[in-house]
Write a protein that binds this ligand. Structure first.
Ligand SMILES: Nc1ncnc2c1ncn2[C@@H]1O[C@H](COP(=O)(O)OP(=O)(O)OP(=O)(O)O)[C@@H](O)[C@H]1O
Ligand SMILES: [Mg+2]
Length: 298
């Protein structure tokens, strides 16, 4: 692309601006380059001058903003639909329960009703997750110690790690400031991200959890990294979308990251990720980065 822009500047004698990405080492950089022509004493173009600026940060911020706006509108729509489904679903489940009480446990109809109940309850879970995206929090908002909550999620998931030969490395910073939020919801976020990491390290790997302060102590950053297969390029703009999943039917609902995004945004934070597939780097894997505003310890 750069060469054709140079050619064109030579041919037409007009300046040109192009935006393109290049890989420097393992990282993708976005550049904006202005090509303008230089004239010799006879007025002919004898050279093209290109000045490139690295706009990777700006590009990332634009992408993030686009994403936030898209999620806000999709999220509201999804929550609206979920709300409509919630009531009829409650009626279906209610009548199923009532009928279950009236039929013999060993009858065929009992089994059928149990199947309806099971799938109805699954649907209810999906609806509740969707609703939680826009619902005003009924959770208690308090000063939350991130390290404490990470440790409790890691303790619960410990067995699954050792079963899958995944080792856990905790690099939790001492004297971390608190953040404002609900401990339950933050645990849900950590749990969702850690479960995703687990599912891409079935044959073994390393889960690294790091916490530290950034922005001169104004923010608390949590990084959760896995050594899994990374996220494919074509999926990277979709992973926070509601119901986006690459898992088999029954294995994932595609709501984990969507809900996590809603929770972190609600508390004034940001959730982003860095990822490399085995094609892109020998050190493949994904890191989710959560930053939340710090509150001073009393
Ligand atoms: N650590 C990761 N490594 C690779 N891909 C990931 C990772 N985390 C998320 N993904 C991708 O993002 C998709 C969406 O994740 P999300 O947690 O929202 O839904 P899910 O895990 O598929 O289902 P569930 O609702 O059960 O969480 C996943 O299906 C997967 O393709
Ligand atoms: Mg998930």
């Amino acid at each position: 692309m750069q060469y054709s822009a140079i050619d064109e500047a030579f041919r037409t004698g007009e300046s040109k601006q192009i935006v393109y990405s290049v890989n420097i080492g393992d990282n993708e950089h976005w550049l904006i380059t202005n090509f303008s022509w230089l004239l010799d004493e006879n007025g002919n173009v004898f050279a093209v001058l290109g000045i490139a600026r690295d706009i990777t940060r700006r590009k990332k911020m634009e992408e993030q903003m686009f994403h936030t706006e898209k999620l806000a509108s999709v999220g509201t729509l999804a929550a609206g639909v979920a709300h409509e489904i919630n009531n009829p679903l409650a009626i279906i489940l209610g009548f199923t329960d009532l009928t279950l009480e009236k039929v013999q446990k060993d009858s065929e109809i009992y089994e059928t009703l149990k199947t309806i109940e099971k799938h109805g309850t699954n649907a209810k879970r999906v609806v509740e997750n969707l609703l939680s995206f826009t619902r005003l929090s009924e959770e208690k908002i308090e000063d939350v110690d991130i390290n404490l909550n990470i440790n409790s999620v890691l303790d619960v998931t410990k067995n699954t790690f050792s079963l899958n030969r995944v080792s856990v490395s905790r690099e939790l910073s001492d004297n971390l400031p608190f953040i404002k939020g609900s401990a339950g919801e933050l645990q849900q976020v950590f749990f969702n991200i850690i479960s995703n990491a687990m599912s891409v390290m079935k044959g073994g790997g390393i889960l690294t959890v790091r916490t530290r302060t950034v922005d001169h102590g104004q923010k608390v950053e949590t990084r959760i990294s896995d050594t899994g297969c990374g996220i494919k390029k074509e999926h990277r703009t979709k992973i926070f979308d509601p119901l986006f999943t690459t898992k088999k039917v029954g294995e994932g609902t595609g709501l984990g990251l969507f809900v996590s995004y809603g929770i972190i945004s609600k508390y004034g934070g940001r959730i982003t990720f860095e990822t490399k597939t085995p094609d892109e780097s020998k050190e493949h894997g994904t890191t989710f980065i959560i930053t939340l505003p710090a509150v001073k310890r009393q």
